[in-house]
Ligand binder design. Structure first.
Ligand code: CA
Length: 248
């Protein structure tokens, strides 16, 4: 690995022309970093590479998205993730080397928007990047967007925050306070996985001691009520070992 630290300098791009979304890839394995750069450039993104935390910090400004490996030569990607979260709303996709549940959970709890597990296909990384940018309202210029945001099962679900009312295809669903907050949280990040801890914090706030089983119980109740209103079972899915997701 020696001598690789500066390789990224050579392959970094200049300022993106108008309309191009700018992505920072933090990855110390050169072959992986370059393959991500290649597929994303082919899709019209501007992609810069950083091989360690120090380079990444220098290049973070003005990025539309960050893709980061967690194991870096000068520290943990978690540190960078926390810094990004503390100062910007730039979406972050975490890359984990193994199919490690603990990494994924920790990644999501540190504020990652999504994660991919190595090895991943070019198609997968492009799909994740597009989905995360779209959710963050940073879709690529000229990218086709769903013309009707109400399309699909997720769109049939209507949540009125101000009135604390929920309906599915027009029929009202009666939820408890916790159930409403749970569903509203999942709905606010449709397509994104929320860990149980994130849901607990969204519902009861920081420092509240609630067991994971409590969340599971509320999810079960929300699912039953959604099903009674005619929603497909797949609308609120379990991501094994990670948490829950409301499909887009
Ligand atoms: Ca690494």
């Amino acid at each position: 690995m020696a001598g690789k630290a500066r390789w990224d300098r050579l392959s970094s791009a200049s300022v993106a022309p108008n309309g191009k979304r700018s992505i920072l890839v933090v990855e110390d394995e050169r072959a992986i970093g370059e393959s991500i750069q290649f597929v994303l450039r082919r899709e019209g993104f501007d992609v810069e590479l950083a091989a360690n935390l120090r380079d990444a910090r220098e290049r973070l400004a003005e990025k539309d998205l960050v893709i980061m490996d967690l194991m870096l030569p000068d520290g943990s990607g978690f540190d960078l993730l926390r810094e990004v979260r503390a100062s910007t709303d730039t979406p972050v996709i975490v890359v984990t080397s193994r199919d490690e549940e603990s990494d994924r959970v920790a990644g999501l709890e540190s504020g990652a928007d999504d994660y991919v597990t190595k090895p991943f296909s070019p198609r997968e990384i492009v799909a994740r990047v597009r989905a995360v940018l779209r959710r963050a309202g940073r879709g690529q210029a000229g990218e086709t967007r769903p013309s009707d945001p109400g399309a699909g099962a997720g769109g049939a679900l209507e949540i009125r925050q101000d009135e604390r009312r929920v309906s599915y295809l027009g029929s009202a669903i009666d939820l408890t306070r916790a159930e409403f907050d749970l569903l509203a949280t999942l709905h606010s990040g449709r397509g994104r996985v929320f860990s149980r801890q994130q849901l607990i914090e969204a519902i009861w706030g920081h420092g509240h001691v609630v067991g994971d089983r409590t969340i599971d119980g509320h999810v079960k109740a929300v699912r039953r009520k959604l099903a009674e209103a005619g929603a497909p079972e797949s609308l609120l899915s379990t991501v094994r070992g990670v948490g829950y997701r409301l499909e887009e």
